[in-house]
Design a binder for this molecule. Structure first.
Ligand code: IDC
Length: 472
């Protein structure tokens, strides 16, 4: 049972929802049985942020374009509490078995830029089209065994995935050719090295094991339940030896989960234990095919996008339930000049809220996809992404909703055993210029004017329901 359905039942039974908003209000939700990504105080996280950054793929140093001032600007403009941070295997392990700790130190410095501003960071070991030797990014040359097969440039970058050299490099990586050596051992060990470096970094929430896995000549269930699951199990085991607590995010095969088709990813046990102890999260991407092909959110393309959203949600929830995992949409996004683009982004955000899932928009690279242009000037996307919401909920979330008309953010939760600390809500300047006041079963605590986050303290019994409105 999805958390929305359970929530509706509970809401009716307990008459909990104080705000029943108009059609454009945020959805209301309930948490019975729903799994959340949690922080080290056991609080549920509502993760919202951007991917940083595509530019890391092509720069020799494997680092994103940002300076610390850009992180400050993002924090001021968006107050994001979350970032999906791209790293590159070629930089982590430039020679077989040799790790570049100088690179990881530079990553750690950037993680600190985010961490000091209240962000939680997910490290994403990114690849597209395997690696630079086959005209992609991610894997080091020494780990790219394309056996001399070619890769032709393609206008549509995804088409390079089915070039002979790319397919061969993947087949050798996955070990699905008899002659291939064990590159997966390197991959798992590289992750263990990264995890050992960041295990005690409080800003690092977890690790996204592989961006958009592609099976080479082995596709679909044979790939996901076969070599992909095997690599995940091996990597999870390697990470857990050095990092007991961080979240581990797994992605499905991108073709075709990105388009709303089923994933066959099997259950992946966490050495921490099954059930509530486990910290495996599911981080699929969402790119409806008409948009991959350059269509917008209008006309026939728009209809197909809507159908995709429906099936994508259904398939994602099915897979997440099988994995016993909370959901984070690790990437979604489009060229915001396309017709209907902003409506699409708002729709995905509403769907994610309704699913109790986090989101990382693709991406923060200045340009027509981002909330800022080439001159770092905010675009019309910015206010679509920048909305009042709870960031951290000190218990089992029951409901949250933003009602723009009455300028009310309502949040309710059930205090749960072992959960420490306050609920924290993000209050953007354009609705809450002087912060917020709290009504209901809680009281306003610390207001951080920099991150625009208000702490909400509450008692420990029953269900807590609070309403936050702008301070006069
Ligand atoms: C895209 C970048 C683009 C780059 C391409 C190939 O926006 O500039 O040429 O990668 O590296 C994904 C990928 C993500 C893509 C993104 C948008 O995970 O790396 O970035 N996308 O195309 N999957 C579906 C879409």
């Amino acid at each position: 049972i999805g958390w929305t359905a359970a929530g509706a039942a509970l809401a009716v039974a307990a008459a909990l929802l104080v705000v029943v908003g108009p059609a454009e209000a945020g959805p209301a939700h309930t948490a019975t049985g729903h799994r959340w990504i949690t922080d080290d105080q056991g609080r549920a996280l509502v993760l919202t942020g951007l991917n940083t950054a595509s530019s890391a793929k092509s720069r020799p140093d494997g680092l994103p374009w940002i300076k610390e001032a850009d992180v400050q600007r993002e924090s001021d403009a968006l107050g994001s509490g979350f970032v999906r941070f791209l790293i590159q295997w070629r930089n982590v392990e430039p020679r077989p078995g040799e790790y570049d700790d100088g690179y990881l130190a530079q990553v750690a410095e950037r993680v600190r830029w985010y961490g000091t501003r209240g962000y939680r960071v997910m490290l994403d070991l990114h690849q597209d089209v395997y690696g630079p030797k086959v005209k992609g990014n991610g894997a080091p040359e020494w780990a790219t065994e394309n056996e001399g097969l070619p890769v032709a440039e393609q206008g549509q970058w995804e088409l390079k995935y089915i070039e002979p050299g790319t397919v061969r490099a993947f087949d050798n990586f996955w070990g699905t050719r008899t002659a291939s050596r064990d590159l997966r051992a390197h991959y798992a060990a590289a992750w263990a090295h990264v995890a050992a470096r960041f295990a005690d970094d409080p800003a690092v929430l977890g690790y996204d094991l592989m961006n958009e896995p592609f099976g080479g000549s082995v596709q679909g269930p044979a790939f996901e339940a076969g070599p992909l699951a095997a690599l995940y199990r091996r990597t999870i085991a390697a990470i857990r030896k050095v990092d007991h607590d961080s979240w581990i995010f797994v992605e499905p095969e991108a073709v075709s989960a990105n388009w709303g088709l089923p994933s066959a990813l099997p259950y992946l046990a966490d050495p921490r234990g099954d059930g509530p102890e486990a910290r495996i999260a599911y981080a699929p991407h969402l790119y409806p095919l008409p948009m991959d092909l350059g269509g917008g959110y209008t006309g026939d393309a728009g209809k197909w996008v809507d159908r995709t959203l429906t099936s994508w949600r259904e398939q994602t929830e099915k897979t997440a339930e099988r994995l016993g995992a909370p959901v984070l949409i690790g990437e979604y996004g489009l060229d915001t000049n396309l017709p209907g683009a902003l409506r699409y982004v708002a729709k995905v955000r509403a769907m994610a809220d309704d699913m109790g899932a986090g989101t990382a928009y693709w991406s923060n690279d200045p340009g027509s996809w981002a909330p800022w242009d080439q001159n770092l000037k905010p675009t019309a996307l910015l206010p679509v992404l920048d909305r009042p919401e709870p960031r951290v909920i000190a218990g089992d979330p029951v409901a949250y909703a933003w009602d723009e008309r009455s300028r009310t953010l309502s949040v309710s939760w059930r205090p749960a055993e072992g959960v420490r600390g306050d609920t924290e809500v993000y209050l953007p300047a354009r609705f809450f210029p002087r912060g917020g006041v709290v009504a209901g079963d809680g009281s306003a605590g610390v207001w951080n004017a920099n991150s625009r986050t208000l702490h909400v303290a509450s008692g420990s019994g029953g269900t807590v329901s609070v309403r936050i409105t702008p301070r006069a």
